[in-house]
Ligand binder design. Sequence first.
Ligand code: ADP
Length: 430
Amino acid sequence: MWTNRYWQAEFWTLVFIILVVGLIGSLFDRAAACIAVIIFAYLVWNLIQLARLYKWLVKSRSLYPPSAPGIWGEIFNHLYVLQRKNRKELKKLKGIISEFRASTSALREGALIISNQGEIRWFNKASEKLLGLKASTDIGQRLFNLLRHPSFIEYEQARDYEKPLTIHSPSDENLVLNIHITPYNNDQRLVMIRDVTEKHHLERVRQDFVANVSHELRTPLTVIKGYLEMLDPDMYPELTKIEKPLQMMRQQALNMGHLVDDLLLLSRLDAKDLQSGKPQQVDINIMLDSICAEARVLSGEKNQAILFHSKSNMTLFGSEKQLRSAFSNLVFNAVRYTQKDGRINIFWKETNEHLVMTVSDNGQGIEQEHIPRLTERFYRVDSGRNRSQGGTGLGLAIVKHVLEMHGGYLEVESVVGKGSDFSCYFPKED
Ligand code: ADP
């Protein structure tokens, strides 16, 4: 500090004045009094400078400091430089904030920042339209009080934000919204809201189209099947010549019937239509016993060993119809894709967290690359061969949907030439 020339000048000036005043005072025998007066005057002068500094910093709006000689001038100057830097930074920050505001206002998606307790801290313009929020009244409110949608409250409380939630807008029933929450900074969450009305509408049109087409195909198919049944070579000997084509027509009509049934079931599952089976406690042991009996009939001359091993008495809460459809698809697939004299084992067991149904066969197996795609609609490992086995190509897609509806998931393990295990995992209820 003492190396600074202003401080040195201030110090030496003070020393010089005290000495001179002291000397003059000593001429009149008043040295101490004169020095005390000069020190007092110096103190007053410094207090005046402090008061000017205070006035400038606190009361004045001017950027420019008052002028002062010596060290005070230097202090004012330094503060002025700092003030100028601060104002520049502030201006820059204000610019960034207004740019951020402009870009978030231009967003089509709604964006909200909420606290861990759900209090709204900030939202953009699109949120006002999509959720009907008002900046003047809703900042600081809890989002869940404003968005009293049961599925939203459930989604928020589950704290599992892997998948977005689809709900209708609270301000406009015609709007369908996708809500995605992303936690950040430990105590904050970013809520993104997308208007998916158009996509939702197209999805509905697609679902309705598939459902209607399948429904419309049912009546002509029933008529065709009826007439084919009537064309019996035993009753009309002249038909013996075309018995083979007739048999093929019956088989194809049957396959088409299965396809239509599967398409209808899938479109109901797609629409999350629980009409396809009211939820109830389902006795899986009884169900798997009867599916096994049907599988033995399907196996017929293949003479496969089809065994059911029950290792749990637990029931499953869900749709009996849907579960039967999923489990029979897995068991009948095992029959279809396992050779003559093969072995098929079906298990019903429980682990700490899950209830598990497994179908294990020693059939042809599936190459690893196909496994992730098996549950896609009409995906077949070997399309020509598998179609001839009588499957619709929708079986595993139905299984996946049914399991999802029941909070479960499917796991497939397979080795080519050795066989496959298809396991359905369901959460265990407390
Ligand atoms: P599909 O009606 O063709 O059987 P799925 O959706 O039920 O349709 O099955 C999809 C494909 O998965 C089948 O075409 C078949 O290639 C394969 N697959 C299913 N189950 C088995 C199994 N147990 N063993 C070998 N391959 C299987």
